[in-house]
Design a protein around this ligand. Structure first.
Ligand SMILES: Cc1cc2nc3c(=O)[nH]c(=O)nc-3n(C[C@H](O)[C@H](O)[C@H](O)COP(=O)(O)OP(=O)(O)OC[C@H]3O[C@@H](n4cnc5c(N)ncnc54)[C@H](O)[C@@H]3O)c2cc1C
Length: 323
């Protein structure tokens, strides 16, 4: 189908006045980089989204659904298709809490905490949507979203269907959705099992404690959180003299530990830098491009590989046109 025909189809298909053209993606990612999306649709109604996706699939219109763009490195060339920003925020609270995937993870925590529902205390400082959290099995302070999931409704291979948690294939910062490149499956909504009967003040106090720990450790410059995944490697953990004993016992080596030990702290490529405060945060120092981040990440990986013999894996997802 021709571009002009695609343009017509999208104008007809999407709710009136909601389609934008040539939207700079730097406005919609926390790294503040990324070129334009040919089309951009901020979707607010989950059923409109569920209706539009099969049509986009049938008509072979390239699309990319994003949440808050807090785990994304969008290329400088941008995305030659439709970027759908998920703003579908419906919730129904209870021991089995229903959430549409565009609700912010932090807001969902606050809503559930006020009802005395516990289970998401660790989610308070994770800046993305529930959908983004599902994709990377987001977590912190020993909590992860995966174990709470009881059901998802997803658009997959052309149709919308309901799946159990095993279908998601969760593991450390991973799910089946991260294996799709380009990403095509879209999770529309989810049921999460939470613990009822908690005291809202106690739940909020625990979350505040996590929040304070985060503030003390994380840099303030724009970032996508941890850029690389931690490394599960018992032999490596045991070989590192400075690694704290609990991490040695668990066989986990934080990527930030490796980056710092390899001397990457403070490195720069253009406007992108390895944060002084946390060596696993690559930050935008003002005028970075996506290419600066890519170059910096590659340099860090090469140095850590040469120093420790491990290949760091990005936690941040590279999307858009990198050709
Ligand atoms: C300061 C900071 C701190 C962070 N701390 C943590 C942390 O402690 N723990 C942690 O795990 N992460 C952390 N992150 C990373 C990030 O916030 C999480 O990965 C978050 O869950 C991403 O959500 P998002 O909505 O921003 O996803 P996006 O970045 O918008 O998207 C990420 C990927 O998911 C896909 N996607 C998004 N929604 C859907 C959906 N509904 N269906 C299918 N695919 C979808 C996108 O296509 C993309 O490939 C941090 C980030 C920042 C900036």
């Amino acid at each position: 189908m021709h571009r002009a025909e695609q343009d017509h189809l999208l104008t007809d298909l999407l709710p009136a006045g909601e389609l934008r053209r040539d939207e700079p993606m730097a406005k919609h990612t926390t790294l503040r980089v990324g070129g334009p999306a040919r089309w951009f649709w901020p979707a607010t109604d989950v059923e409109a989204l569920a209706t539009a996706l099969p049509r986009l699939w049938e008509e072979r219109i390239p699309y990319l659904l994003i949440g808050h763009g807090s785990n994304l490195l969008m290329s400088d060339r941008g995305f030659d298709g439709l970027v759908i920003q998920n703003r579908c925020k419906g919730t129904r609270l209870g021991p089995l809490t229903y959430a549409e995937c565009g609700v912010s993870f932090g807001s969902l925590f606050l809503l559930t905490a006020r009802q005395g529902l516990s289970g998401l205390e660790w989610a308070i400082g994770i800046p993305g949507t529930v959908g983004g959290a599902l994709v990377s099995n987001a977590g912190a302070y020993r909590g992860n979203i995966g174990p709470l999931v009881r059901r998802v409704r997803a658009f997959h291979e052309g149709t919308v269907d309901t799946y159990g948690p095993e279908w998601m294939g969760f593991s450390y910062r991973d799910s089946r959705l991260r294996k799709e490149m380009p990403p095509r499956t879209v999770v529309l909504d989810v049921d999460l099992a939470l613990e009822p009967g908690g005291d809202p003040d106690t739940i909020l106090a625990e979350a505040k404690e996590y929040q304070a720990q985060r503030r003390a450790k994380q840099p303030l410059e724009p970032s996508a959180g941890s850029f690389f995944k931690n490394v599960n490697d018992r032999a490596l953990a045991e070989s590192l003299p400075g690694l704290p004993p609990p991490l040695k016992e668990a066989g986990v080596v934080p990527a930030g530990f490796l980056n710092m030990a390899a001397g990457c702290k403070g490195w720069r490529e253009g406007g992108a830098g390895v944060a002084e405060k946390h060596a696993n945060f690559l930050v935008n120092l003002g005028d970075a491009t996506a290419t600066d981040f890519r170059r910096l990440a590659d340099r860090v990986k090469a140095r850590v590989g040469a120093e420790f013999g491990v290949t760091l894996e990005e936690e941040v997802l590279m999307v858009g046109d990198w050709s």
